[in-house]
Design a protein around this ligand. Sequence first.
Ligand SMILES: C[S@@+](CC[C@H](N)C(=O)[O-])C[C@H]1O[C@@H](n2cnc3c(N)ncnc32)[C@H](O)[C@@H]1O
Length: 289
Amino acid sequence: MTTTAQRASAAEAPPFSPYQKSVADYWNREKNPVNLRLGEVDGFYHHHYGIGDVDWSVLEGPEENRDERIIAELHRLECAQADFLADHLGAVAPDDRVLDSGCGRGGGSLVANKRFGCHVDGISISETQVAFANAQAKKRGVDDKVRFHLKNMLDTGFETGSFRAIWNNESTMYVDLSMLFAEYARLLEGSGRYVTITGCYNDTYGLPSREVSTINAHYICDIHPRSTYFKEMANNRLVPISVVDLTAATIPYWELRAKSSLATGIEDAFLTAYKNGSFQYLLIAADRI
Ligand SMILES: C[S@@+](CC[C@H](N)C(=O)[O-])C[C@H]1O[C@@H](n2cnc3c(N)ncnc32)[C@H](O)[C@@H]1O
């Protein structure tokens, strides 16, 4: 027999599909040094890639601290990517509320709060990440304004029109974009800003290349074609204001990572896909009309 308490708890549990449970399981178990050791540099834990020129001198010098030099450099490039995303969020006031959708261990939320002093809600389908990120916010003394929740980005339960800005940093490849952007059209206030940084496959190449399929299998995701972003934004009241092709800017990061002890084995697939033109790394910013 189902008790009232069990019914209440089932009602609070986010509705996750079997696929989403498998993605949650991946992120709940994930402890890659490339994610953890970089975050330990300054407490900003990012689970996305980097952009910008590499300082190749990190490969020189004493062998005993080679790893530390490379970690600091990869982290610098990942922080540059997070800053570049925040540059596109538009004007955000301290009273505004923003949503970090697919927040990982919460680094991007802390970046936005530090820059704008705003309220941030971060959401992930990984309980482990949500607990980790809440502990980081507390450690930094910003837990009054930065909060992390176990939620499905397709069905957040947040109030309509409650966010000034929403972003996805490398997390749109886990969801259907027509459902995602319909939820954002609901959540964003009038003229609110949406930003994504994402890998997408290049329509001019055709269908997903072998390397793009390898990346999909590695991360249990479904990389969308570039065209789908614009089609689904247009269908959901999101009008692009900036599109930046970051493909060339991310290649040096991958080249350095491939030479490091933190390589996870997926580096060659990314480098080949970027270089053969089948895969692109894009920032898209859009206004909600
Ligand atoms: C590659 S990580 C990116 C993390 C973070 N945005 C960053 O830049 O560090 C992908 C994230 O998407 C989250 N995710 C995947 N599907 C999701 C869903 N349906 N709802 C909420 N979060 C989801 C995962 O739990 C993970 O935190």
